[in-house]
Ligand binder design. Structure first.
Ligand code: ADP
Length: 580
């Protein structure tokens, strides 16, 4: 709100132009008209002198006009005074009511009752709520007192000392003011609701556009990285030269770091948009935790650190209902950090069963390390995004400072918090509790994908891959020729469908985002083929997006499994082995 207008200003329009907030605009408008209508109202008091020769009515009218002029001037000169003017108006009206009823014991009249209504209206619409209560009580007490004691219980229609027609005129104007004020506030209320609805819709649309943007960005960024990491792996495997191998290791390590950075930033942005939600599917926590830690143990071994897991035997065979991707991410981040910030000793990861009630189990997760430790001051900061305990952290250890804020967010989605116990130089213990529902299915029944477990040599397989990225196709050709697998490549979904119609494949690897026809559409077409054996060919999605909604759509269109890009060649090999 602009503080001061030109002193000569009387225009409501100009005054309103200085205000942005619609509610304040409404208050100013109603207040302005209230006092504008005061002119005819106090003017009506002159009739008391004209008809009954009552000079006090002239004095009252002149004071009324003067006060009205001053208030209108202050409002149009300094709209920021609005609240003070409302306080003044309400207080003086209440004093008037108390004087008339409590001191003068005048009989109640309609105008007094109208004034009480106006005070109620103004104190709630115009002032902070506690003042609303305060002034309402002050205005109502004399009325209730008058009615209950019967001292001045007769309700006078008119205003004493002026003729009936003038009283009626004031009463009508008062009703008009009450009506106009409610009309204005109602409009503001409805407009605000409509506006916030519209804003919500726009926000949802923007969110959807953002999600789309992030999912295609994620695809675009991860696809070339997939080729870089894959090619580096191939070269490392084939290369005998020690120095070149070292260089390739650095190349692969950097590409993998870039990938994890991209994953973190995309995840972080998605969390900011509130578009991360948890899945509820059956999974075996022991297997999951062992797998995550097995991957990280390689890093620990490189640094000569131990990395142990201790998982309560009571949960080993249980299938829990929850989000395996997100809990893996939490464990991966915490154990990964523990290894990263430890130079001597090692890291231990524990899951303990705290208690079980019916099919609900509470688990305590604990990651302990013998590393650098975190001081109490640093502990307050490290969960903030892009914050690291020490300014030298990035230089010495890499990282962005996003990991823990993602962990914290994911734990909030799990309705829980993270605790740290640590001192500088004395290692750190990160712990949190999660309650999971236990699935009543046995572990064996929860096979996520319908692969057969009888391994057979993969070289017998005939595989079709739909992939539009030439670099990835080249990488896959090299990889598959190393495995002696026959691989046909289709550049888009439409081509893949045509190839499936004329050839017999054991398995299809399907990219999801392709020109002409995407992977979902192609899968739907293949699944509805009538030639025996075609509709049931296992289809593995190759997806750069690991989000749970993408996973859900993969299963929904009838794909058998997915491998996330950039994929681990061993993971793909194992999946191929499991197919009959
Ligand atoms: P990043 O690891 O990418 O730097 P994080 O959000 O995962 O980001 O961690 C934030 C900071 O918290 C780290 O930079 C580090 O200073 C500190 N930190 C996290 N885990 C540990 C740990 N186990 N021991 C010591 N310091 C840690």
């Amino acid at each position: 709100m602009q503080d001061t207008l030109n002193f000569s200003n009387w225009s409501l329009k100009k005054t309103l132009n200085t205000v942005d907030d619609p509610i304040t605009k409404a208050k100013i408008t109603v207040f302005y008209y209230l006092f504008l209508l005061n002119f005819p109202k106090v003017g009506a008091l002159f009739s008391g002198y004209v008809f009954y020769g009552d000079v006090t009515q002239v004095k009252r009218a002149i004071i009324g006009i003067a006060v009205t002029v001053i208030i209108l001037k202050l409002l149009t000169w300094k709209p920021a005074y609005l609240q003070a003017l409302i306080f003044f108006t309400i207080t003086s009206t209440i004093l008037g009511i108390w004087k008339v009823i409590v001191i003068d014991h005048t009989a109640l009249n309609v105008v007094t009752i109208q004034n009480v209504f106006m005070i109620i209206m103004w104190s709630f619409y115009g002032l902070p709520r506690r003042w609303g209560y305060f002034y309402c009580i002050l205005a109502i007490i004399p009325i209730v007192n008058a009615v209950s004691t019967g001292s001045n219980s007769e309700l006078f229609v008119g205003v004493p000392q002026i003729p009936m027609f003038a009283s009626s005129f004031i009463i009508v104007l008062n009703f008009l003011i009450i009506l106009v004020a409610h009309f204005y506030y109602r409009n503001i209320l409805y407009n605000t609701i409509a506006e916030s609805k519209k804003l919500n819709e726009e926000l949802e649309q923007a969110n959807a556009a953002n999600t789309l943007f992030f999912s295609s960005m994620s695809h675009e960024l991860r696809t070339p990285l997939n080729a870089v990491i894959g090619m580096a792996s191939l070269l490392i495997d084939d290369n005998r030269d020690k120095e070149q191998k070292e260089n390739l290791d650095i190349l692969k390590f950097s590409a993998e770091s870039l990938l994890s950075l991209i994953n973190d930033i995309l995840d972080f942005s998605k969390m900011g948009m509130g578009s991360v939600s948890l899945e509820a599917i059956p999974f075996n926590l022991k297997e999951l935790a062992e797998n995550v830690c097995a991957g990280l143990r390689i890093k620990a071994n490189e640094k000569n650190l131990y990395c142990t897991t201790d998982i309560d035997p009571e949960i080993a065979e249980l299938e829990l209902i929850g989000d395996p991707t997100r809990i893996s991410q939490i464990i991966y981040n915490l154990v990964g950090n523990a290894i990263k910030f430890t130079k001597k000793g090692g890291v231990s990861f524990e899951i303990k069963l705290m208690h079980r009630v019916d099919n609900l189990i509470s688990l305590r997760f604990m990651v302990k390390d013998t590393g650098l430790g975190i001081s109490p001051e640093q502990q307050k900061l490290i969960f903030e995004p892009f914050t690291q305990a020490d300014v030298n952290t990035t230089r010495n250890f890499g990282g962005t400072g996003l990991g823990l804020s993602i962990v914290k967010h994911l734990l909030t989605l799990h309705n829980t918090n993270i605790d740290i116990e640590s001192e500088l130089g004395a290692g750190a213990v990160f712990s949190f509790d999660i309650t999971y529902a236990v699935s009543d299915k046995k572990k064996e029944e929860v096979v996520a994908f319908n692969f057969n477990n009888s391994a057979r040599p993969v070289s017998d397989l005939k595989v079709l891959m739909a992939e539009d990225n030439a670099m990835n196709s080249l990488l896959m050709k090299k990889l598959f020729s190393k495995w002696n697998i026959q691989l046909d490549i289709a550049e888009n979904g439409e081509e893949a469908v045509k190839l499936v119609e004329v050839n017999d494949y054991d398995i299809i690897l399907m990219d999801l985002q392709m020109p002409v026809m995407n992977g979902y559409e192609a899968t739907t077409k293949i699944r509805t083929m009538t030639v025996p054996g075609k509709a049931t060919i296992p289809i593995i999605a190759l997806t750069a997006s690991v989000s749970s909604d993408v996973q859900a759509s993969i299963i929904e269109v009838g794909m058998t499994d997915f491998v996330s890009k950039p994929f681990n060649p061993n993971e793909l090999y194992e999946k191929l082995q499991l197919i009959q």
